[in-house]
Write a protein of this length. Structure first.
Length: 238
């Protein structure tokens, strides 16, 4: 294996982002084969060198993969489908078999999906205590009444129970289209559609535009991009 800069090795090992790893080195918290390293630019051999953080040996983790994908309508979030429908795993070429989608987005909806083999990060995204915010843009067939909108924001009772507070805002649509943004931090199945159905509205189109710190940005339909370990580390340290 080729030599790596020490800060890059620390980043790949999941210790810190490259920038924060440089800080650890400059503070003298890293040792290389028993000697304190306090200057940048040192290179290491991951296969033979012993690298420690405050006396504890650092072990390299399995390579992690992170993808942001724009899921189009008519695609399912599943590795296999008995009906033979296209899945999100068909949209990323040569996808490592350990990679899984984080969360779900129904067949008729579109927008942002995170895929990774990082189990800890997946758990954080999915666990209710993390309260990861998700932002959707929703095209509906008629306007929300103000009082109904206020009720939805405070929380309404669905079959799955009381929804947590949400934020709903009117958006400008084209050709008399009626759009709203809704931000929630729950993951109840088809929750956004059910909330608007509760209000007597029909959802004509639903797009998830943001999950936590990640958004669609320049992703077009059926497009994806990789996330760097540094981007993911910054999220972990928030």
């Amino acid at each position: 294996m080729p030599l790596l800069r020490l800060q890059k090795y620390l980043s790949q090992a999941g210790i810190a982002s490259r920038r924060k790893a440089e800080g650890l080195i400059l503070k003298g918290k890293i040792t290389l084969n028993g000697k304190v390293v306090s200057e940048l630019g040192v290179k290491v051999d991951p296969d033979t060198d012993r690298i420690c953080l405050q006396g504890k040996k650092i072990e390299r983790e399995e390579k992690k993969y992170y993808y942001l994908l724009y899921k189009p309508r008519g695609v399912i979030v599943s590795k296999r489908d008995p009906q033979g429908r296209k899945t999100v795993y068909d949209l990323i070429p040569h996808l490592h078999p350990s990679v899984n989608a984080v969360g779900r987005l129904d067949y008729d909806s579109e927008g942002l999906i995170l895929l990774t083999n990082d189990g800890a990060l997946s758990h954080r995204f999915m666990h209710p205590s993390s309260q990861i915010k998700k932002l959707y843009h929703v095209w509906v067939n008629q306007e929300l009444e103000e009082e109904v909108c206020e009720e939805m924001e405070k929380g309404i009772v669905l079959d799955e129970g009381l929804t947590a507070p949400a934020q709903i805002r009117a958006l400008k649509g084209e050709k008399n289209e009626i759009w709203y943004s809704i931000e929630i931090h729950e993951g109840k199945k088809r929750q956004v559609r059910k909330m608007f159905a509760w209000a007597g509205l029909k959802v004509l189109r639903l797009i998830r535009v943001k999950v936590g710190p990640f958004d669609l940005k320049d992703l077009n339909k059926r497009r994806y991009r990789t996330l760097s370990a540094e981007e993911m580390m910054e999220f972990r340290l928030e």
